[in-house]
Design a protein around this ligand. Sequence first.
Ligand code: DAH
Length: 352
Amino acid sequence: MLEQLNEIEKSALESLQSVTDESALEVWRVSHLGRSSPLMTVFAGLGKLSKEERPVVGSGANRVKVALESALEERVKVVKEAALAKSLEEESLDVTLPGRGIHVGRLHPSTQQLRKVMSILADMGFQVYTSREVETDEINFQLLNFPPNHPARDMQDTFFVEADGRGDNPILLRTHTSPGQIHAMREYAKLNPDNPPPIRIALPGMCFRNEQITARSEIQFNQVEGLVVGENITFADLKGTLADFARRMFGQGARVRFRASYFPFTEPSAEVDVECFVCGGKGCSVCKNSGWLEILGCGMVHPVVLQNGGYDPARYSGFAWGMGPERQLMLRYKIDDIRYFWGNDLRFLEQF
Ligand code: DAH
């Protein structure tokens, strides 16, 4: 019996020498120390041995078990070390390889331009007034003096949120930032109804129009509205303010011109052109050879609009304007397709 144990030990240790990976170690453990291994069979048969044989064989079997277990432990160490050495050698890391770039997020070009416009206006003493994107027809159109059948109110141009049962006052997405003028004036007028305070604000934000999306028109775009209301505000203030803005925005040498125009909520109304900053006024494809680029619409706030805002037009006057940051970017960088702005193409966005 003891001889048999020696035999078991010898063959187990021998076969252990040829084990070189971790899964083979497990196979070895099961077949030499597992429940149906020869050694365990010896343990299982102890009960059938005579009183004299039992302790002798028992301690012999124990000795072999301990020997096999410690040999296994040793072997595990050796195999693991060898595996580590191998992986260090084979999977060597080339520390001179350039690393992978980290993608740093950035502000959308529209946001950048919007902030630039707002920071110039802040320097000029304007306060920021943010207004809602969801409006009523009344605020977006009626109180701004749009005649009932004005084309801008057409189904074609307006996204309606809720029209059913609201008569001639459906809820819609604002088509411009001008309705913010009404909210602002009413809020200021409420502070002191008999003596409304002067206003000097800039209103930035997204506008929406139900239009065919083409290279030249989008269904959403930003605007920055300006509104100044007070006593003795004249067209000269409008001209001075917007010319100053243009110089700060497009360079101190920037020349501007005012062209008569029409908006329902201003009288008189004008459009402002800045001398083409691409060709310096000589004429190019961006300014269509005119030497001028249109950058905004403006005018003296219509007396009806002042009245609707709670400001007595007999005492107060004001001016307002609206301009588009995306349009400014398109002119500045010769972007020929407005769809790039919301197309989410990183090749476009990463250039800013
Ligand atoms: N709301 C006009 C538009 O969306 C832009 C505009 C023109 C705003 C003249 C004004 C203004 O405040 O006085 O086209």
